[in-house]
Write a protein that binds this ligand. Structure first.
Ligand code: PHE
Ligand code: CO
Length: 296
């Protein structure tokens, strides 16, 4: 463990803003959070909770409550860890910022979820270019309490360690899968389309846009299609992929990816906004809900 946690953020250089990577695992310096830090948490928490009723998947909101996340103060990793360990065997580890890919995969493979210890500044409420404590805790942690999703995250980490041996193309394909599920996934529920991706859940604008805007595509989950689909990190997504359940996600990703990497090698990638003839498209119905092409 490191003695003094640092806040590792993008650096301004003559090449523009570049991400900085760190590997240290640190103790959450909870008593060093300022009143401003707690106020930023409170404001973001309140704002997102209001917005997410009826937009986020129900279990996500219920689990946040059950874990005792509230607007009063920044949660303590130790408190959350007691519940995580008991329920799914996951554990949060504090980090200073972005991790190198392999380090990140190895944490997940061992059921450790890296959480950035610091929270954004008041002037970064709506956007910052890397994960902070609010994104990681608010967005990612509740689903780690779901046994099926917990297994998916570990399997992903193990798959990532393996993918390293297959080279950069395989790694890019696996990263797209994470992006379009864990970060920007939508799920179909009896009540309609709901959000489960942490990148959306921690963003005010995208929480509304992903469900209400006519602009983006909402397509049925298709493993190899997703693995070929590029994405943008600096704007709202042009395409979201919809899963039917966490079980279905787990089943679809269970097969050995080695033959898939081999098959996809050298195939062209798909632009972020493109819709293919083979895609299953979700449309906003005349009533409240969403339906898929072919639904009656
Ligand atoms: N089944 C994948 C493999 O063989 C691992 C994986 C599981 C990847 C779940 C992503 C999600 O590599
Ligand atoms: Co994230």
């Amino acid at each position: 463990m490191n003695a003094t946690p640092r806040r590792v953020e993008h650096l301004q250089t003559d090449k523009g803003s570049v991400p900085v990577y760190t590997t240290a695992v640190i103790e959450q310096p909870w008593s060093s959070y300022s009143a401003t830090d707690h106020a930023v948490w409170a404001q973001l928490f309140r704002r997102q909770r209001e917005l997410l009723v009826g937009r986020a998947e129900d279990e996500f909101l219920r689990t946040q409550d059950a874990m005792g996340m509230g607007e009063e103060r920044i949660p303590k990793f130790d408190d959350l860890n007691r519940m995580l360990r008991a329920r799914t065997g996951w554990e949060l580890v504090g980090v200073e910022g972005l991790l190198p890919e392999l380090t990140f995969f190895e944490h997940l493979a061992h059921r450790r979820f890296p959480v950035t210890w610091w929270i954004r500044r008041p002037e970064q409420l709506d956007y910052l270019s890397e994960p902070d404590l609010f994104h990681d805790l608010f967005g990612h942690v509740p689903l780690l309490m779901n046994p099926v999703f917990a297994d998916y995250m570990q399997a992903y980490g193990q798959g990532g360690v393996r993918a390293h041996g297959f080279g950069p193309e395989a790694l890019a394909q696996l990263t797209r899968l994470y992006w379009y599920t864990v970060e920007f996934g939508l799920i179909r529920t009896a009540a309609g389309l709901r959000i489960y991706g942490a990148g959306i859940l921690s963003s005010k604008g995208e929480s509304i846009y992903c469900l209400e805007s006519a602009a983006p595509n909402r397509l049925g989950f298709e493993l190899e299609r997703i693995m070929r689909t590029r994405y943008r990190i600096d704007t709202y997504q042009k395409t979201y992929f919809v899963i039917d359940s966490y079980e279905a996600l787990m089943e679809a990703t269970r097969p050995d990816f080695a033959p898939i990497y081999a098959r996809l090698a050298g195939q062209p990638t798909i632009p972020a906004g493109e819709v293919l003839d083979s895609d299953r498209v979700f449309h906003r119905g005349t009533g409240e809900g969403w339906s898929k092409d072919g639904d009656v």
